[in-house]
Every structure is written in structure tokens, then in C-alpha cells.
Write a protein that binds this ligand. Structure first.
Ligand SMILES: *Cc1c(COP(=O)(O)O)cnc(C)c1O
Length: 461
């Protein structure tokens, strides 16, 4: 049995060449593969008793699943907000698996130094001051979880106790206030024991806006009667990419005690382009800040960053002391700063892509995607078959079928579109109207893709 391991180790050059060929074959066909598929899973396999080796596994995989692999990181997957993978990010990711380093401690490898450096590059990309520490987590949901966990600890400290030590039972309920929060905020509240019902929703600005009405938020804060709480601000709502007025919200701290968490999962990239930077003015006033990497940074899943100016609270929450892990030293190891203990070297793809393309590369991706969203929005607006539901503010076009479509009609249209394969969109509801979104956040998308996708939309209407 162990002979097969030895044989595979011997054959590694051929095996890696074979897997490279499979990857190149996928990438060469990424423009023509369906963006998404409704895959009917074959019957499940039995675990083999014998060891067939890696080449046999690759052959079987390609035969069972290879042809059906969708171009989810291709140029016309416009559902959710989904980035692709830049060439450099793919290189970094391959090496991350090759080295297979655990990022928990600086005492035994250079992995934490790589993460610190990647965070330092990201701080510069987003214009964040040095006072912000950053930590990689698996996605914006976990970043929101970590940010709200620190906020919870901060609220506890205002009452004179540590939630990390004593739990929540000695505290009055903690209110979480904000506007059009992402669904992952509610998931995080559920995981944190604060409860989904802890969220108090302030109204949005009138008209087609999704940004919070700061005066309304201020009234909700006043109703807390001096009790410390958490405010979640949105830097980029998913439907229409509206931005809360971050400076105005932060200024409310003069009158009310709160922890400011900013969810800038993809909207944070507005900082990369001079024309859009004003949208995130005040981002540096956050106590905790979420930015996704597997969206607009175009690194592979799964990666996001939680930034904070309060390392002490972060450590209080996530500290993992155990004799076998050794003493806590400065700089504090990531094992004491993140929800996970063992963590993959997910900073490496980010490091690669940032060093490969730099500030100007990310400015170019953001500007190009935003110009594409503008252009696609204009195509939708001028077509009798569709109705644009909001101005295109950044990189998402929110629209629906002309003539008061119900949710089922929109869903049926989107299923036809998926089956057509040229473009993939996901549904939403905007101010009660069943709708859909086209989100642009992939470096591969070209202007020609707009025409291809629009042709598919008309054909499926
Ligand atoms: C995508 C997104 C999230 C959740 O991100 P995951 O990476 O999927 O966990 C949270 N907030 C906003 C604004 C998002 O766009």
C-alpha cells in the first residue's frame, strides 16, 4: 500500500505536469464554458479498498466532473459578487498548498511574516493607517463575526466586565444598530449569542437609496439612553452598492457610546480608484472593518480580512492559551487573533497578486469593472424588455423584467439564463420588487462580454 505513495512521489514531475495540463485546459476554455450549471450529481462512489494512485484519481475526476466544471471564475459569472483568480494569485495559491504551512505561530516558520507583509500591502491599497492591524479569515462572514465579537467585548468592558471571560449573562441585551445590513451580519449575531433580533434597523434615505438615514440612526442611538451598543455601517450594499455616510456615522460617537463596525466586503475597493474614493471616506474611523479578498482582490476562495484598531480586544476574544502552544509573545501570533487555530497560508495568493499588479493594477480592475457596469446599465435602461431599478453607483446593475414581474417569473427567467450558460445572474428583491443583479468584479471581464451577455438576456426573455 505505502508503495503507491512512494511511486507517486517518484512520479511527481509527471503528475504535476498532468494536473497543470488539466488546469490549462480548463483555463483555455473558460470563455466558452457555461458560467454556471444545474449539475445532476451522479451516484455516490464507494471508498476504494486499494490504492490506484494519483494519476488514476485525476483521470476519474476529470471523467466524472471535469467537463461540467463551470466558469464560475470566468468573465460572465455576474451572480452575487464574485471575483476571479488573477494569474499571480493562482501561482500563490498553488505554492500555499505546496508549502502547507500553518499560520498559527511565528515561533516555527515565516508564515506569519508573510501574512503581516500582505496585510501591510493591503493597508496601503485601501489607504488605512498603520494603527489598523489585519487578520486573514475565510470570508466576509467570518470577518463580520470577528468584528462584532470585538464589539461585543468592547460593550462588555463599558459595563466593567469581559464577555470573553464571563459570557453574556451578566449584561443587559446588546443592541446592534444599522441600515441595510448584509445577511451575514444576522448570521454572525446568531453565532455570537447576541441573536438576530438584537438588530435594530434604521430606515434608508428616501427614494431609491439603500444608504442609512443618519438622522434616523441617531434617533435609534438616542433610544439606547446611554447604553453602549454596536453600529454596523455599510460600505457597499449588495443590491445597488449604496454607501452609508461613514464620516457622519462616526461623528455620532461624540454623542453616543458605540463600536463602529464597517462592512466594506467589496465596496472597500472603491478606495483603489480616485473617482470612487470619496464613497469610503471615513472608512479609517472604523473600530473594526471587513474587506473580502475572494471578491474584488481576485484571489481564490476562501479569503477575507478583518481590520481593527483594537488588537487588545481582538486578543481578549480570540486568545488561545495552551501549554503546548507556548507563551504569548509580541507581535501576537495569529492563533490568538483569529477564530481559527490552524490556518492555511491564505495570505500568499494576496501577496502574489498585490506584488504582481500593484496599486495601478487594482485601480485598473476597479475602474474597468465600474465602467462595464455603467455600460451594461445603459444597455438595460435602453431595452424595452428590462427596467433598471437604481442608478449604477459602482459595479452592480440592479434591474428587473419590464412589466411588473413576480418573483416566480424572475426565477424562471434566471433559470433559462443559467441553462443558456452565457451569463449567470442571481435574484434579489429591491424595495419589494423582485429583481436581479449583474455584479462586475472579475479581472477577466471585457467589453465584448457585455454584448455576449446582453444577447443571452434578450434570447431568454
Ligand atoms: C459577500 C458579502 C458578505 C459575505 O461574504 P462571504 O465572503 O461570502 O462570507 C458580507 N458583506 C457584504 C457586503 C458582502 O458583499
Amino acid at each position: 500500500m505505502t508503495k503507491t505513495f512512494d511511486d507517486d512521489a517518484q512520479a511527481l514531475p509527471q503528475l504535476l505536469a498532468a494536473v497543470q495540463a488539466a488546469a490549462l485546459d480548463y483555463l483555455a476554455t473558460i470563455d466558452s464554458r457555461p458560467a454556471a450549471t444545474d449539475f445532476a450529481a451522479p451516484g455516490l462512489l464507494a471508498l476504494p479498498d486499494d490504492s490506484a494512485g494519483a494519476q488514476a484519481a485525476l483521470t476519474l475526476f476529470l471523467q466524472r466532473f471535469g467537463a461540467a466544471m463551470p466558469a464560475a471564475n470566468g468573465p460572465r459569472f455576474w451572480g452575487f459578487v464574485t471575483g476571479g483568480t488573477t494569474p499571480a494569485a493562482l501561482m500563490g495559491d498553488w505554492l500555499a498548498s505546496t508549502y502547507d504551512l500553518n499560520l498559527s505561530s511565528a515561533a516555527n516558520s515565516n508564515a506569519p511574516a508573510i501574512e503581516f507583509e500582505a496585510i501591510h500591502l493591503l493597508r496601503q491599497l485601501f489607504g488605512l493607517p498603520e494603527s489598523f492591524g489585519g487578520t486573514f479569515v475565510t470570508g466576509a462572514t467570518m470577518a463580520n463575526f470577528a468584528g462584532l465579537a470585538m464589539g461585543r467585548e468592547w460593550v462588555g468592558r463599558q459595563h466593567g466586565l469581559s464577555v470573553a471571560e464571563r459570557g453574556l449573562t451578566a449584561l443587559p441585551p446588546i443592541a446592534v444598530l444599522g441600515g441595510e445590513a448584509h445577511s451575514s451580519i444576522f448570521k454572525a449575531l446568531a453565532m455570537l449569542g447576541l441573536g438576530r433580533a438584537a438588530y435594530h434597523r434604521a430606515a434608508s434615505l428616501p427614494g431609491d437609496r439603500e444608504a442609512v438615514d443618519v438622522a434616523g440612526l441617531s434617533r435609534l442611538l438616542a433610544a439606547q439612553e446611554g447604553r453602549p451598543c454596536i453600529v454596523v455601517a455599510n460600505a457597499g450594499t449588495v443590491n445597488t452598492v449604496d454607501f452609508d455616510d461613514l464620516r457622519a456615522i462616526a461623528a455620532l460617537k461624540r454623542d453616543f457610546p458605540f463600536w463602529l463596525h464597517i462592512d466594506a466586503a467589496f465596496g472597500g475597493f472603491a478606495a483603489c480608484a480616485p473617482a470612487f474614493r470619496h464613497l469610503v471616506a471615513g472608512m479609517e474611523l472604523a473600530d473594526s472593518l471587513t474587506i473580502d479578498a475572494h471578491k474584488w482582490l481576485n484571489v481564490p476562495y476562501d479569503a477575507a480580512m478583518i481590520f481593527t484598531r483594537h488588537r487588545d480586544l481582538q486578543r481578549a476574544v480570540f486568545q488561545n492559551s495552551a501549554a503546548y502552544l507556548g507563551e504569548i509573545r509580541e507581535p501576537v501570533d495569529f492563533v490568538h487573533l483569529a477564530p481559527e487555530n490552524s490556518r492555511r497560508l491564505r495570505a500568499l495568493p494576496a501577496w502574489f497578486t498585490l506584488m504582481a499588479y500593484g496599486r495601478s493594477g487594482y485601480q485598473a480592475i476597479v475602474e474597468r469593472n465600474c465602467a462595464q457596469a455603467q455600460c451594461f446599465g445603459a444597455m438595460i435602461e435602453s431595452a424595452a424588455e428590462f427596467a433598471l431599478l437604481a442608478p449604477v453607483r459602482l459595479n452592480v446593475v440592479c434591474f428587473t423584467l419590464a412589466g411588473a414581474a413576480d418573483a416566480a417569473t424572475v426565477a424562471a427567467f434566471l433559470a433559462r439564463l443559467r441553462d443558456d450558460g452565457r451569463v449567470f445572474l442571481t435574484p434579489t428583491v429591491l424595495h419589494g420588487t423582485p429583481a436581479m443583479r449583474a455584479a462586475f468584479s472579475n479581472w477577466r471581464t471585457t467589453d465584448a462580454d457585455l454584448e455576449i451577455a446582453f444577447g443571452a438576456l434578450l434570447a431568454c426573455r
